[in-house]
Design a protein around this ligand. Structure first.
Ligand SMILES: [Zn+2]
Length: 321
């Protein structure tokens, strides 16, 4: 080894956006219907290093589900989730968290039954990214959890493994996960981003212990803020990564078909963040214009919350004991 060799930090490589990525036809993931009506055509508004392609969102004529048709092939996940994707690049040294993460994680922990004897509570995070959320959850639980992380990004899984999680690269539906094993499975905003949400829920059901909890967050298309979808300023937009957009009834139907019980349901303030995020992405003006836009959207988000529904659903599903 050269004693005087200069340390050169790794930097994230710049990469161009891809054109004409592979796509596959899609149908409604809830009722299976192919009958649909155009909602909008749009591009990725969050990243400039994914794809330049234009995608089409449609609404199911039978049950109202909104979905991307056609949607990217799973072989293009590396294109539509760039190396700079936030879930792969958390700052683990950061002392504080954003958007009420700790509050939500404490709420999730409160839903769990007390551990039995010497056995540690097993938690699996599907779509874990670099494992930051899982680590934060374990910190809040006094490091008493046995943590498992699964993600399709090898880059993210390597970081998650380095932070002490048991890791699984790949898709939950195809991975050899243990049956009847986990007390808690976190899905975050994953259900809206997989090829077959029903199959994913079935895999989750099989991996949970009886009495175990699956925690989901999903965009809510019944929120009044859906009016911003057309301009791309609604959090659930996220073309081309969001493939299915649900309301409460859709989730209830899928959960019932898999034999889950509803343990908890709430609308959350995440909608504010999404609207603010959308504003930042769409307002091409001065810093002041962006600030004003963000402020207004947060105020409007608060008003919507007071009125009932926001654009984010928090759901806990229980596997019957
Ligand atoms: Zn449908």
């Amino acid at each position: 080894m050269q004693a005087n060799a200069k340390y050169i930090p790794l930097s994230k490589p710049e990469r161009p956006a891809k054109s004409v990525i592979r796509v596959v036809d899609s149908a409604c993931a809830v009722c299976g219907s192919f009958r649909c009506a155009l909602v909008l055509k749009g591009k990725d508004r969050d990243f400039n290093n994914t794809t330049t392609d234009v995608f089409t969102l449609v609404r199911c004529a039978q049950c109202g589900l909104i979905y991307l048709n056609p949607r990217p092939s799973t072989g293009e996940l590396g294109a539509i989730y760039p190396p700079t994707y936030p879930s792969y690049n958390h700052d683990f040294q950061r002392a504080t968290t954003t958007f009420g993460l700790d509050k939500r994680l404490k709420q999730i922990l409160s839903l769990l039954p007390p551990p039995e004897g010497e056995r540690r509570t097993g938690v699996l995070h599907l779509g874990s990214g670099d494992g930051y959320v899982l680590k934060r959850l374990n910190d809040l639980a006094g490091n008493e959890l046995e943590t498992h992380a699964l993600d399709v990004s090898l880059q993210a899984v390597v970081v998650a493994a380095a932070h002490g999680h048991m890791t699984y690269p790949g898709f939950a539906e195809e991975s050899k996960l243990p049956y009847n094993d986990f007390d808690l499975i976190l899905l975050g905003h994953l259900l809206q981003r997989v090829t077959d949400p029903r199959l994913l829920l079935l895999s989750v059901f099989e991996c949970l212990r009886p009495g175990g909890i699956a925690w989901l967050e999903c965009a809510n298309i019944d929120a009044p803020s859906i009016q911003w979808l057309q301009e791309g300023a609604w959090g659930g937009y996220q073309i081309p990564r969001n493939w299915f957009l649900f309301n409460r009834k859709h989730i209830e139907q899928l959960a019932a078909e898999v034999r889950f019980e509803f343990a908890h349901f709430a609308y959350s303030r995440q909608g504010q963040y999404w609207r603010a995020k959308g504003s930042i992405a769409t307002v091409k003006g001065t810093q002041l214009a962006k600030k004003v836009s963000r402020r207004l959207s947060c105020d409007f988000g608060t008003a919507l919350e007071a009125a009932g529904q926001t654009s984010n659903m928090l759901i806990a599903l229980k596997k019957p004991s």
